[in-house]
Design a protein around this ligand. Structure first.
Ligand SMILES: [Zn+2]
Length: 212
């Protein structure tokens, strides 16, 4: 019995590593795979910034934040918001990803020290935007496409905050964490500020990404 268990566990570890190596070979910035933990239990693991992070289901407060963001658009688990909120210590950041076929939002709880709890909702809304705008699964062709996706997620976050009833200032509460200058993946802080404000000012446009 025990031996069988160990053999199953080893098989899972090998499968997990093989999947991970395959993904690494594709040079995806972020990938999520199931890897057996020390007890042999398959555990969602995020390959992020060249490191592996074990993920856990989010505590209730973040589950509620995601539910509030979905609710603002009339979406729920059965309609568009079939997304699992998870947590992991991913460098004070948040990521939208697909784990073993499941839509996931990973949030580093420590980020709330910098953005506050209302700001955390804006961050989660940004990641939700990536899922709803169907940005996942296909790598952006170039930096223009990557920037466009980030701005769509920011616009969605601004719109969501407005629909929930948050102030403009709260909708902008993660802005100070963003790099001032553009990178290959992300636009400049000024561009992202404009997108957040555009969403807040005209929340109808929050999901314009779907029709594009
Ligand atoms: Zn993003």
């Amino acid at each position: 019995m025990h031996e069988k268990f160990v053999s199953v566990r080893n098989k899972l570890i090998v499968l997990g590593l093989a999947a991970l190596l395959a993904m690494t070979a594709e040079l995806k910035a972020e990938s999520c795979v199931m890897i057996a933990d020390a007890d042999g239990i398959p555990t969602p693991t995020l390959y992020y910034d060249d490191r592996l992070f074990t993920l856990e289901p989010a505590f209730e407060d973040y589950q509620f934040m995601l539910a509030d963001a979905c609710d603002a658009w009339g979406l729920d688990l059965n309609a568009g918001c079939d997304i699992f909120p998870m947590m992991g210590a991913i460098d004070w950041n948040a990521v939208a990803t697909i784990c073993d076929g499941n839509k996931v939002i990973v949030y580093d709880r420590r980020l709330s020290q910098n953005v506050g709890y209302d700001g955390a909702l804006a961050v989660i809304a940004h990641e939700l935007g990536h899922h709803l705008c169907k940005h996942l699964g296909i790598k952006p062709a170039n930096y223009t496409e990557s920037h466009k996706r980030e701005l769509e997620a920011d616009r969605f976050a601004g719109a969501t905050m407005r629909r929930i009833g948050f102030t403009k200032e709260t909708a902008l509460s993660y802005l100070h964490l963003l790099a001032e200058l553009p990178s290959e993946s992300h636009p400049s802080r000024a561009e992202r500020r404009a997108a957040l404000l555009a969403g807040w000012n005209d929340p109808q446009t929050g999901l314009a990404c779907i029709n594009e």
